[in-house]
Design a protein around this ligand. Structure first.
Ligand code: PRX
Length: 654
């Protein structure tokens, strides 16, 4: 943890403290007493949160915990879609806006809870007509349009676990996820809009389905109207089948532990993990955290989480949490700089957004673009700001607070993961005195600690590993189809406690500072990508013999991917730039554009120990332009000098 130690030293000086205003405190949803209440009787606390939902049958046991397998609210029956929609309509909130949708080209749709419910019911009927039953897996590969949320809720309504695959992933990545979950149906769109132009999605689905799958149908939303290859045996237009369905649909109740979704995420190996979540506990914790952390007042707030539904943030804080709480949201399809760099701010002003939840990488990008863009718009409607996905550096935190939040909005820096399902560590606005860059402390009901190599809690002022030592309702229930991998990945580093993979420091005020991953997972713009995954992609190219990938600190994206490759014998590196371009495109094809290395350096040798293990630590030193650390265990001590030379001549690409 040498890098962590360095960060610790830097953080030693942060003593700015931002208490909530008296005005905010007076109206806050969360109270300080919740910490004591949860501490006194954790299970009773979670039971109370679960009672906020509508259950069709009560649970008999709050928690059944056989390490590392948890069941929450055992015996309870519930339907996710009913909680997100029917309940609001039945209680007279049908006319409330659920989504203000803004397409990138500027087209808009306003969808009320009643309208959303009708669409979800019709879609549920269409899925049933297509032969989808409870337990069947459905892959969703969509742009950020209302139908993405509708598709997820329709799946949940009929008990078919969804597996949303981010629209930026490649056909190969989509295929491996379809195969792993053995999906029967793919829901997609002809395409979407991004960076001022339509992009296509359906061709990637067609490509993926050339592989061996059990997919019977592809349900396609017409978004762009672009020409789309059609196989009438398999492909079904959304408007053809959904529009003619009955608007009635009686939702069935499912067991609290019924699988709700699978979401793939990168780990330390090349194969993504199918993180499995179930229903009752997940919904309880996303609703609770959404209400308390974002202080949501559904009658008056306009909430905007900028995440795509392809990531867990889109699942928990666009679809399930906010809709269960009856929130009014903004959903935006496109990129933040289309058609101009003020687009997000223009939308905040247009919809009078009061709560904004976004990622540090975007905040840093805004900082780079300049204050004139936010300053050109009226952002006075904002009253709370959130951050997620990676550590937020104190400078970016301060800028977010001052320039976007007008120095009046509390910031909630929320730490969590695909695996945790919901926010775990975060300030409670109205309670917590925040420090710029710290996620502060575990939420009421959550137990997280910083421990040393032996799993022993470190004292205040020290760094170590972040662990979660008590089960929580929205925790992953496993890795799809890989029980051993589940135990090995999360529960073996420290016996019987969950190890998240992050380094952390707990300061003298017991505030937690996240320090990034301690394993071979990179965090690029808040997205997890494994070094091994990119290495495998590179080695699958005919020209590459060996590859080593590291995440190097990057001012904008948190980390940038730097790859060191050895070419196969006989491949001349004459047309260097051409080849590097090709390799980057190859990684994009294998995984997706987000995994394209920032830099690829062709080397003759990689630094290896005598036992043949690549010393990535040294490569990281080179990639971050640092003096190379201790290399005495290298088999060939000259290798590093050669590599450093190679890097200084390599060029940065887009
Ligand atoms: O390293 C942590 C980082 O993102 C990882 C989880 O990534 P993912 O499963 O894709 O979920 C991202 C959205 C919840 C964590 O292991 N991370 C997430 N939030 C923070 C963070 N690091 C520091 N501070 C955060 N607030």
């Amino acid at each position: 943890m040498s890098e962590n130690q360095e960060s610790l030293a830097k953080l030693g000086h942060e003593n700015r403290l931002f208490p909530p205003s008296a005005e905010f405190i007076a109206q806050a949803n969360a109270q300080a007493s919740m910490y004591d209440e949860a501490e006194k009787d954790r299970l009773a606390f979670w039971e109370k949160q679960a009672h906020e939902l509508q259950w069709d049958a009560p649970w008999t046991t709050v928690l059944d915990w056989k390490v590392p397998f948890a069941k929450w609210f055992v015996g309870g029956k519930i339907n996710a879609s009913v909680n997100a929609l029917d309940r609001h309509v039945a209680q007279g909130r049908g006319d409330r806006v659920a989504f203000f949708f803004e397409g990138e080209p500027g087209d808009t749709r306003t969808i009320t809870y009643a309208q959303l419910l009708t669409e979800v019911k019709k879609t549920a009927n269409a899925l049933t007509e297509l032969g989808i039953k409870d337990g069947d897996r459905v892959a969703i590969y969509m742009p950020m349009i209302p139908e993405a949320a509708i598709a997820m809720l329709a799946c949940a309504r009929i008990g078919a676990p969804h597996s949303v695959v981010f629209g930026g992933f490649s056909a190969d990545a989509l295929l491996s996820r379809i195969q792993d979950a053995d999906a029967k149906l793919v829901i997609t769109a002809d395409g979407g809009y991004r960076k001022g132009a339509p992009f296509a999605l359906k061709p990637a689905v067609d490509d993926a389905l050339k592989g061996k799958t059990n997919v019977k149908n592809v349900l396609v939303v017409k978004r762009t109207g672009q020409e789309t290859h059609w196989d009438s045996n398999k492909d079904v237009w959304w408007h053809d089948i959904v529009d003619r369905q009955s608007t009635e649909h009686v939702a069935q109740s499912f067991d609290s532990e019924h699988p709700l979704f699978i979401l793939y995420t990168s780990g330390t190996t090349a194969k993504p993990k199918g993180i499995s979540h179930t229903t009752g506990g997940y919904l309880t914790q996303v609703a609770y955290t959404h209400k308390m952390v974002f202080d949501i007042k559904p009658e008056t707030d306009v909430y905007w989480c900028t995440a795509d539904v392809g990531w867990v943030t889109g699942h928990s804080y666009v679809v399930y949490g906010p809709l269960i709480n009856g929130a009014t949201q903004v959903m935006y399809e496109g990129t933040p700089d289309t058609p101009h760099k003020g687009r997000i701010f223009e939308l905040i002003a247009k919809y009078k957004v009061s709560i904004l939840y976004t990622a540090p990488t975007l905040i840093r990008t805004w900082m780079k673009w300049g204050d004139e863009f936010p300053n050109a718009h009226n952002l006075k409607s904002l009253r709370l700001l959130g951050s997620v996905g990676e550590p937020i550096n104190p400078e970016a935190w301060m800028w977010y607070r001052e320039v976007i939040g007008g120095d009046r909005c509390p910031i909630v820096d929320t730490w969590w993961q695909t695996e945790t399902g919901a926010i775990m560590i975060s300030p409670l606005p109205g309670v917590t005195h925040t420090k710029p860059g710290s996620a502060m402390r575990p939420l009421p009901g959550i137990s997280g600690k910083v421990v040393d190599d032996n799993g022993k809690e470190v004292g205040l002022g020290h760094g170590g590993y972040l662990i979660l030592d008590k089960p929580w309702p929205s925790m992953l229930r496993g890795i799809w189809g890989e029980e051993e991998r589940y135990k090995e990945t999360y529960w073996s580093r420290f016996d019987g406690v969950y190890f998240a993979g992050d380094g952390a420091k707990i300061d003298t005020d017991a505030a937690i500072w996240l320090l990034g991953r301690v394993d071979d997972v990179m965090n690029v713009s808040g997205h997890r990508i494994s070094t091994t995954e990119v290495e495998s992609a590179l080695v699958s190219h005919a020209a590459v013999a060996e590859a080593a990938v590291v995440g190097a600190a990057d001012e904008m994206t948190g980390q940038g991917i730097v790859a060191f490759v050895i070419l196969r014998g006989g491949i001349p590196n004459v047309c260097g730039e051409e080849l590097i371009k090709e390799l980057r495109a190859h990684v994009a094809k294998e995984i997706g554009a987000i995994a394209k290395p920032r830099q690829i350096v062709v080397v003759q040798e990689l630094p290896k120990t005598r036992s043949g293990k690549i010393m990535r630590r040294l490569l990281k030193d080179v990639a971050e332009n640092r003096a190379v650390g201790d290399s005495t265990t290298l088999a060939d001590p000259n290798v590093m000098a050669l590599i450093s030379q190679g890097l200084s001549t390599a060029k940065d690409e887009d």
